[in-house]
Design a protein around this ligand. Sequence first.
Ligand code: SF4
Length: 334
Amino acid sequence: MINKNYLIRVENLKAYYFTNLYGIKRLIKAVDGVSFEIHNNEILGIAGESGCGKTTLLKVLLGIIKPPLSVFEGKVYYLINHEEKDIFSLSENEFRKLRWKIVSYIPQGSMSVLNPIRKIKDTFKDFMKAHVQEMISEDDFENLLIEHLESLGLPLEVLNSYPHQLSGGMRQRVTIALSTLFRPRIIFADEPTTALDVVVQRGVLQLLKRIQKEHKNTIVIVSHDMGIHAHTSDRIAIMYAGKIIEVASTRDIFSNPLHPYTKYLINSLPKIGDKSFKSSIPGTPPFLANPPSGCRFHERCSEVMSICKESVPELKDTGNGHKAACFLVEGGRS
Ligand code: SF4
């Protein structure tokens, strides 16, 4: 019996980069044994320092697996029309049919999707032609577009503008409008507010929240910024060195972090009125071609025990869907 509350199920996923630099062959274990579920009707945040594997995980979930990246092991299932589909068994053509209609993507920089020499309206037209087989009249298309932009609160003047005539925040809003044109069930957003100032950032995040609420879809936000997750995500999965080390509701992550790494991430956040010195996480993330034995955080953990250097802690449920991979956590000793 399939649990219908999830949209994507990831099982023991291992996605590695095979590199050959100056004749030195290496296997970079960017995602290494990751299992989790993405639920219906939620905003899930994926957090962690840069290089922890979150963008690689996103690529695999979007089916963008090109050399040097390969999937070595594991499964990713999408639940479509109550049926589980193993995405690795889909042909490129079958997967292309899912993109934008079932699964959509908001990239880091809006300029990678907006054509600098085309007006916004023409970019939408090109997008429509590329992804809709059925013929649609010019008038119907205009009406659809106007309705869509109005529903997102975007001024219609943007349609006659070139990307360079818009502010960074407006360009990102247009990119979001493009990604949501076909009302996808799930949207992946990779650092969607990079390079935007705080006020504009807030507007973009509010737009994403509004879309999720109105469309009752699922949005996955990948960001290193825990502040963004605090204000936007319903649940958060924390990644460290290619593994998910904690996952819980946003409230539980912030009020009761269980993994020492999560505690560091939260303690390093600035708080209003708190002028105390914020120490950064000691050490640096490990090189994923040769990760540490046992718990991958053990070289940086102030609470390390001997077992941590020898055994890998499993991600275990401590109750209420709050999972953590640490030997300190009750039920976590394997
Ligand atoms: Fe620290 Fe050990 Fe927990 Fe890893 S398993 S986070 S090293 S206490």
